[in-house]
Design a protein around this ligand. Structure first.
Ligand SMILES: Nc1ncnc2c1ncn2[C@@H]1O[C@H](COP(=O)(O)OP(=O)(O)O)[C@@H](O)[C@H]1O
Ligand SMILES: C[C@@](O)(CCOP(=O)(O)OP(=O)(O)O)CC(=O)O
Length: 514
């Protein structure tokens, strides 16, 4: 039996550029986070039949999906077997159908042989991807209590009943499944995949984008898949025309099996001058030192597609006003990104002055940052932090205006109240509603402090605990410094082997897993 293949991919948060990033004329700032999705592929025999693939999500009840792979006249068809209509997983089905079809075009001889033992695929997500329930009367989870929970907590509900936190579970899931399958079937190599810009990673990206679009039934901007593959970056979308010929698959994929994928997905395929190419922009990005990203699940829930539809409707009816607003938002977003870059380079130029400036700002609310009396690099650092704060506030105002114009709550009033209170605290730089906004979540950037009790993070947690209008639960995730998707060792990830090997894991008592 061959060694398991394990690939993880991070979740995301779109800090700036929501809606704008759907248009290739604008960019978005997407931060990939420390919380990750894992796919583990093992040979399936003896419990899985030849040419059968069993996909399981052990954290959930009733979450096993079985597929058979048929190869007829060189066409690959992945069929759901014994799936009740209420228990289907279109994202998983699309990932298998498209990736195996690509594999068969790449490696037709070995394809059948590699499937002869069947495959067992387990997919699990870090706790942050799903709202963690707490008993009525018990205090809401804090960062400290969340970090004491067992990894991959059993959720004791079905996948359709779980509440998601908006960190991009489907993009991270698809990226990890697609990459793990491409590795398993030898289409890409571990060494090639480890390189940031190598063709192996780009092939995994292109395939994951196609799978995600087809599973969602639309071509979104793709920032979430891009972050899952490449990590944090400034993203400009690819031309949606590249996927247009592949987007009209039937529900059972039967006509799809005949369309060659390699010419569209392989970055090394010959370029046809008349056809669109994968032209997305990915400029690597990191938050400056001593800046911590904090996320909170607001457990309200908003529908991104319906927000996007209404904003697009307004934009197409009011092109002039919309373009003016878009330009102002874009300028403000760019000023925030430039501020981050300046801060990172100031840290390198004079680390001591940077650290001293950060230390002084942790005791002051941003409204007082402009008046701090210092000189030299320390002053430049303080001004740059103040500039980021101001840009963050301008973007929030303009995004609210966009919501008012389009008749949707991009930053609903309770979120405004929560963010205003949070951003008024000493040592808090900026905040906002991620992505499309609504009632899902908020992000806040705080300065890191050596003194835990005086830390801005501590103050933020207190504000969130005491907020009356909504249950605000912090998430554990911070910015990930990793490359994006990566190959893992099964034994190197705490709790991973246990979640994929324990019977009825979903119903286990989390306290007994500690
Ligand atoms: N642990 C999991 N196992 C299998 N499929 C999952 C899992 N988590 C998410 N998914 C898939 O992703 C879909 C959710 O996608 P979506 O609603 O776009 O959420 P998100 O915004 O988190 O990406 C689910 O319906 C399911 O198909
Ligand atoms: C509006 C958008 O630009 C950003 C949406 O970001 P979210 O993070 O809100 O997305 P979901 O994870 O799907 O809820 C749409 C897009 O870029 O596809």
């Amino acid at each position: 039996m061959s060694a398991p293949i394990v690939v993880s991919a991070p979740g995301k948060v779109l800090l700036a550029g929501g809606y704008l990033v759907l248009d290739p004329a604008y960019s978005g700032l997407v931060v990939s986070v420390s919380s990750r999705f894992y796919t583990v592929i093992r040979d399936g025999a003896p419990s899985v039949c030849p040419n059968e693939i069993c996909v399981r999500s052990p954290q959930f009840i009733d979450s096993t999906w079985k597929y058979t792979v048929a190869l007829e006249n060189d066409d690959v068809l992945v069929n759901e077997s014994k799936c009740s209509p209420s228990n289907r997983n279109r994202f998983v089905h699309c990932a298998l159908q498209l990736t195996l079809k690509l594999v068969s075009e790449w490696n037709p001889k070995e394809f059948t042989c590699l499937l002869s033992r069947g495959l067992d695929i387990a997919a699990v997500g870090d706790n942050d991807f799903y709202t963690q329930k707490h008993e009525p009367g018990e205090p809401c989870p804090s960062i400290a209590t969340l970090s004491e929970m067992p990894p991959f907590c059993p959720l004791n509900v079905t996948l359709s009943d779980v509440q998601k936190t908006g960190m991009g579970s489907s993009a991270a899931l698809i990226t990890s499944i697609v990459s793990a399958l491409l590795l398993k079937f030898g289409v890409i190599s571990k060494e090639g995949f480890a390189r940031r810009d190598g063709s192996d990673r780009v092939l995994a990206h292109n395939t994951a984008q196609l799978v995600h679009c087809l599973a969602q039934g639309k071509v979104g901007s793709g920032f979430d898949v891009s972050a899952a593959v490449f990590g944090s970056h400034i993203y400009t979308r690819f031309d949606p025309k590249i996927l247009a010929p592949l987007m009209d698959a039937t529900e059972d994929f039967s006509n799809f099996a005949r369309i060659p994928l390699r010419p569209v997905l392989d970055p090394s395929a010959a370029v046809d001058q008349d056809k669109p190419t994968w032209n997305s922009g990915v400029i690597p990005f990191q938050l400056p030192p001593l800046v911590r990203l904090v996320l909170a699940d607001v457990a309200g829930g908003s529908s991104t597609p319906s927000l996007v539809r209404k904003v697009n409707e307004w934009r197409s009816k009011n092109p002039q006003d919309a373009n003016q607003l878009w330009t102002s938002i874009d300028l403000s977003n760019k000023s925030m990104m430039a501020g981050f870059r300046e801060l990172s380079s100031l840290y390198l130029t004079d680390t001591e002055a940077y650290e001293a400036a950060v230390h002084s700002l942790t005791f002051l609310p941003p409204s007082q940052w402009a008046e701090v009396g210092t000189s030299g690099t320390q002053r430049t650092v303080i001004q740059a932090f103040y500039g980021v704060h101001q840009a963050g506030q301008v973007t929030r105002n303009l995004m609210r205006k966009m919501g008012e114009n389009a008749g949707v709550h991009i930053e609903p009033p309770t979120q405004t109240e929560l963010l205003n209170e949070s951003i008024a605290q000493a040592g808090v730089i900026a905040g906002g509603v991620p992505g499309a906004g609504g009632d899902d979540a908020i992000w806040v950037l705080v300065l890191e402090s050596k003194d835990a009790l005086e830390a801005p993070l501590h103050r933020i947690e207190q504000i969130w605990r005491e907020f009356k209008q909504r249950t605000v639960t912090p998430l554990l995730a911070t910015q990930s410094m990793e490359i994006g998707a990566r190959v893992e060792e099964l034994a190197g990830i705490r709790g991973l082997e246990r979640v994929i090997t324990t019977e009825d894991y979903a119903t286990k008592n989390p306290a007994k897993l500690l």
